[in-house]
Structure formats: structure tokens, C-alpha cells
Design a protein around this ligand. Structure first.
Ligand code: C5P
Length: 238
């Protein structure tokens, strides 16, 4: 079991998600529940997957006013087995600080934070957005500069880490130091179909560049044998 590997359960189907967890549990310890699965199946799917003993990355990418995001985090930390949660760093410093406080005071408000609280991760610039998309919404900076700007703000606001593309992870590792949790999707083993991902790296390359965790979906979940695909990736990074 390698704690660096997180498998994305991108399906709306409860049984398909549970079958994947069941198949992969011998070699994968953490599964990502995103907007698709959560919207289709609701909080029950989080509890069902948690009941298998798997860790969960609850990737709901919260983005709202500070009070609302803090309230959502307060509810989410009460799910069992949630190891990671995400929000949009573009929500600003006050929103991130309120969220970090709600996340870190899970044990009933103790200070310092409970050591087993989930890691709160900031999403900087979505990997689907290029320079033209940023400029269109009124952000004049280039994506790399905007990512670094938001990452620094996220750290100052008390977040535990960031979700970033493998192409940004080296500069963020340099900027944020060895302790930061840096989770990278956009991972493709050599020869794998890139699908809709554009900014990709192989599992060993992403780790060498500074990723602490890899989120991998289709290269495992769409393989003819997800277990063999996961084993091959684990062998590549071991
Ligand atoms: O199937 P694939 O390996 O491309 O899945 C990647 C996962 O990571 C998906 O769940 C996707 O939503 C997520 N993700 C991403 N890019 C981001 C943030 C999350 O691909 N910037």
C-alpha cells in the first residue's frame, strides 16, 4: 500500500464506485470522491466507502463566502475517513482562513488543531484554464504567475496544501518548502491515453518534480484490469 496514490472515482454509479474500491483496496488506500459521484449519490456514498476502511479525498472544491464555506467544511470534517478536502483559493484569504479554522478545530474547537484533521487543499488555477481563459475573466496574470500568487496566499491563510498540475509542482515545491502537501492530477503512465488532460506527466516524473500525492483516474479505472493497472503504476514508483 503506497499512501502517495489516490484513485479518482469519477462515476455517477454507486455500485461501480463500490466495486472499484473493493477491487483496488488490496493496493490502494485512498479514493477521491468528486462532484459527479457526490452529486449523484450524496453523503451516503462517503459513509459507504469509509466503511470499507479506505481513506477519502472529498474533492468538492468549495467556493463561496467565508461563512458558507466554513459551514460546509464543518459538516465535511464529520464524515469518517476523510483525509483530504478541497476549496478554491480564488475565494480569497478570509474565506480560506475561515475554512482552515473550521477544518483544524474538528475535535470540538481545541487549539492547537487536532493532529488527525483532514488536510485542506487549495485549488489555484484549474488545469483546464489557459492564459486566454484567465484574461477573459479579468485576470491579467499568466497562469503560472497566478498559480504561485494564489498558492502563497493559501499557505498564508493556513491551508495544508494545494492541488496543482505536474507542470507547476516543481516551482510550488521550491516556493512552499518540503512540508507542503502537493497533490497532482494529470498523471499518465507512458503510452496511456491523455484523454481531455493537456498538462500531464508520468507518475515517476510528477513525484521527482515534488508531488507528495498523485491523483489517477482513467488510467486505472478504465483499464481492462484496474488492479493490474494500479499494480503497474505502483511498481513504476516504488
Ligand atoms: O481520469 P484522470 O486521471 O484524468 O482524473 C483526474 C482527476 O483529477 C479527475 O477526478 C479530475 O476531476 C481531477 N482534477 C484534475 N485537474 C484539476 C483538479 C482535479 O484533473 N486541476
Amino acid at each position: 500500500m503506497d499512501p502517495r496514490l489516490i484513485v479518482a472515482l469519477d462515476t455517477a454509479e454507486r455500485q461501480q464506485a463500490l466495486d472499484l474500491v473493493d477491487t483496488l483496496l488490496p493496493v490502494v488506500g485512498t479514493f477521491k470522491i468528486g462532484l459527479q459521484l457526490f452529486t449523484a449519490q450524496g453523503p451516503a456514498i462517503v459513509r459507504e466507502i469509509a466503511a470499507t476502511g479506505a481513506g477519502i479525498f472529498l474533492d468538492l472544491k468549495f467556493h463561496d463566502i467565508p461563512n458558507t464555506v466554513a459551514g460546509a467544511i464543518y459538516s465535511a470534517v464529520r464524515f469518517p475517513e476523510v483525509k483530504f478536502m478541497s476549496l478554491h483559493a480564488a475565494g480569497g484569504r478570509r474565506m480560506m482562513r475561515a475554512a482552515a479554522t473550521a477544518c483544524h478545530q474538528t475535535g470540538g474547537g481545541e487549539t492547537p488543531p487536532s493532529p488527525d484533521h483532514p488536510a485542506l487543499l487549495g485549488v489555484t488555477v484549474l488545469t483546464s484554464m489557459g492564459a486566454a481563459d484567465l484574461h477573459e475573466i479579468g485576470v491579467p496574470a499568466e497562469p503560472a504567475a497566478q498559480v504561485e500568487h494564489l498558492a502563497t496566499l493559501a499557505r498564508a491563510a493556513g491551508l495544508d496544501g494545494l492541488v496543482c498540475s505536474p507542470l507547476e509542482v516543481a516551482s510550488l515545491r521550491r516556493a512552499l518548502g518540503p512540508e507542503a502537501i502537493l497533490v497532482t492530477p494529470g498523471i499518465r503512465p507512458v503510452g496511456a491515453d491523455t484523454g481531455d488532460q493537456r498538462r500531464v506527466a508520468t507518475p515517476p516524473a510528477a513525484l521527482a518534480a515534488g508531488a507528495s500525492h498523485l491523483v489517477i483516474g482513467r488510467p486505472i479505472t478504465a483499464a481492462s484490469s484496474p488492479l493490474d493497472a494500479a499494480r503497474r503504476i505502483l511498481a513504476e514508483i516504488s
